[in-house]
Design a protein around this ligand. Structure first.
Ligand SMILES: [Zn+2]
Length: 260
């Protein structure tokens, strides 16, 4: 009987259980972003810090659609973009610049989600940015950074400016480009990306209605601040934890291969 010889890349790797859990969550995050339509062909990138390290992250291989991402094909790279483990793929360099800026400056951040959606880009292109026009938007009231567009992020010099732009905020609007949502785990970053997306979509509909002659009502600054503080006051419980198991069930129904 013939036997199949495993190629080196096919051999199962011994992966630390904590790292494997993060890989599964991050792979699910890619599939869910594709499911909700926030992906952009093979572009954009989402990452997670490798547990127990300060300078290693997991990130997508360049060239794969988000629905092809699995726990095991995520690349492990250092913050200079060098592969820590061999792979036939390379990371997207702009992703290394952007994500590395956040991980270097924010030890609290364990996951970074980066989207290019029409709603994110449209709201980021407005001088006033995101307005507190919906309950979704309240969590970002006075808790949002903005970063002016400098072209595709290929210059490591931009990292310091990105760090200054996000400050201690959980989310950074990349004007004319997209969004960065951070989290202390994958679920929290996903939750923030979700709420920002819905906020931006609602704002654009409201602004279109206003442009057509409708009158807009805006909650008072006191109400917005109180609600934003209430959302933030849920700490130390992280945002997004209650819905994440349900989102994983959704990812399983869509295609459980992300777990491989
Ligand atoms: Zn981008």
């Amino acid at each position: 009987m013939d036997t199949l010889e495993l190629r080196p890349s096919d051999k199962p790797r011994a992966i630390d259980p904590e790292e494997w859990k993060v890989r599964v969550d991050l792979a699910a995050c890619y599939r869910l972003i594709a499911h909700f339509g926030w992906d952009d062909l093979i572009l954009t990138h989402n990452s997670a810090r490798v547990p127990g390290t300060t300078d290693q992250i997991l990130i997508n291989p360049m060239g794969l659609m988000f629905n092809e991402i699995t726990a095991s094909n995520l690349l492990k790279v250092d913050l200079g973009g060098n592969l820590v483990e061999p792979s036939e793929y390379e990371p997207i360099y702009a992703g290394i610049v952007i994500h590395g800026a956040i991980y270097l400056g924010r030890p609290d951040v364990q996951c970074v989600i980066h989207t290019h959606t029409e709603a994110d880009i449209a709201v980021g292109a407005l001088e006033e940015g995101l307005l507190p026009l919906s309950q979704w938007a309240m969590r970002f009231y006075n808790r949002l950074g903005y970063h002016d567009y400098e072209g595709v992020s290929l210059d490591l010099d931009e990292r310091e400016r990105l760090r200054q732009s996000i400050g201690s905020h959980p989310v950074l609007v990349l004007r004319n480009h997209g969004l960065l949502a951070t989290g202390r785990n994958v679920a929290e970053a996903f939750s923030l990306a979700y709420h920002f997306e819905r906020s931006a979509e609602a704002q654009l509909k409201i602004m279109a209605a206003v442009a057509a002659g409708a009158k807009m009502v805006v909650p008072s600054p006191e109400t917005c601040e109180r609600q934003a503080a209430l959302f933030a006051g849920n700490e130390p419980r992280l945002q997004g934890q209650r819905e994440w198991p349900a989102l994983l069930r959704l990812a399983d129904k869509l295609d459980p291969s992300y777990r491989t």
